[in-house]
Write a protein that binds this ligand. Structure first.
Ligand code: PGA
Length: 219
C-alpha cells in the first residue's frame, strides 16, 4: 500500500538553524506515513535525516538569474520534492500559470517530484500544459483552497472530497492528491479517512513539533 504523504511547509520559518533542528527532533516517517520537510532553502543542506522538499525553484538549470535556485542544485543536494505554485507564490510574486508550467517541466526533467498546489480546477489545465500522462506519474497535487490557508477555517470535508474526486478523474488515480489548509491534529485524520486524500500539506501546525507528531500518530 502507498504511504500517506505528510508534507511540512515551513514557509519563511524559523529564524535560526538551532530552532529548525529543534522542530525536527522526534519527527520521523513510519511504516504508514512518509514525512517530507520543506524548510527554507538555507536549511536544506543542514538538516540531516529528513526527507526534504524545497518550497520553490527557478526553471533554468544555471545562469544569470540573480537570487534564484535551480532544479539541479536541489537535486544535487539530495532534495526529492519541490512545492510549486503555492498560493503565496502566485499572490506575492505574481507567479503565473505559464511560469509554473515551466517550473513543473524543469523539476520533472531534473528528477524532482513536484507538489503542485492549486485552489481552482482551471489552474490544473494551464499549469500542466504539455506534460504527458507518463510524466504526470511523478506529480503530487495539493488542493489548497485560498480561504483555508492559515485562517484556522479548514475546507468542509464534503467540498474537499468533491475536489479530490474531480482532480483524480481528470488526472488519473495514480496521482496522489493532498489536502492543505488549516490542518491540525484534530482534523487531519478526517481528510484521509473520510475525504479520501492520499496525504496532507501542513503549514502552521508543522512548526509545532508536538502538534505535528500528533498528526503523524493520528492519520
Ligand atoms: P496552513 O498552511 O496549514 O498554515 O493553513 C498550509 C499551506 O499554506 O500549505
Amino acid at each position: 500500500m502507498r504511504k500517506i504523504l505528510l508534507v511540512a511547509n515551513w514557509k519563511m520559518n524559523p529564524a535560526t538553524l538551532a530552532e529548525a533542528r529543534k522542530i525536527l527532533r522526534g519527527i520521523e516517517s513510519n511504516r504508514r506515513v512518509e514525512v517530507i520537510i520543506c524548510p527554507p532553502f538555507l536549511f536544506l543542506p543542514l538538516l540531516k535525516g529528513a526527507k526534504l522538499g524545497a518550497q520553490n525553484m527557478f526553471w533554468e538549470e544555471k545562469g544569470a538569474y540573480t537570487g534564484e535556485i535551480s532544479p539541479l542544485m536541489l537535486k544535487n543536494m539530495g532534495v526529492r520534492y519541490v512545492i510549486l505554485g503555492h498560493s503565496e507564490r502566485r499572490k506575492y510574486f505574481q507567479e503565473k500559470e505559464e511560469m509554473i508550467n515551466k517550473k513543473l517541466k524543469a523539476a520533472l526533467k531534473a528528477g524532482l517530484k513536484p507538489i503542485l498546489c492549486i485552489d481552482k480546477i482551471s489552474q490544473i489545465k494551464r499549469d500542466l500544459r504539455g506534460i504527458s500522462r507518463k510524466e504526470r506519474k511523478n506529480l503530487v497535487i495539493a488542493y489548497e483552497p485560498l480561504f483555508a490557508i492559515g485562517t484556522g477555517k479548514a475546507c468542509s470535508l464534503e467540498k474537499a472530497k468533491k475536489m479530490r474526486i474531480f482532480i483524480q478523474r481528470n488526472l488519473g488515480y495514480f496521482v496522489p492528491i493532498l489536502y492543505g489548509g488549516s490542518i491540525n491534529s484534530q482534523n487531519a485524520r478526517d481528510y484521509i479517512k473520510n475525504a479520501g486524500f492520499q496525504g496532507l500539506l501542513v503549514g502552521g501546525a508543522s512548526l509545532n513539533p508536538k502538534e505535528f507528531i500528533d498528526i503523524i500518530k493520528r492519520i
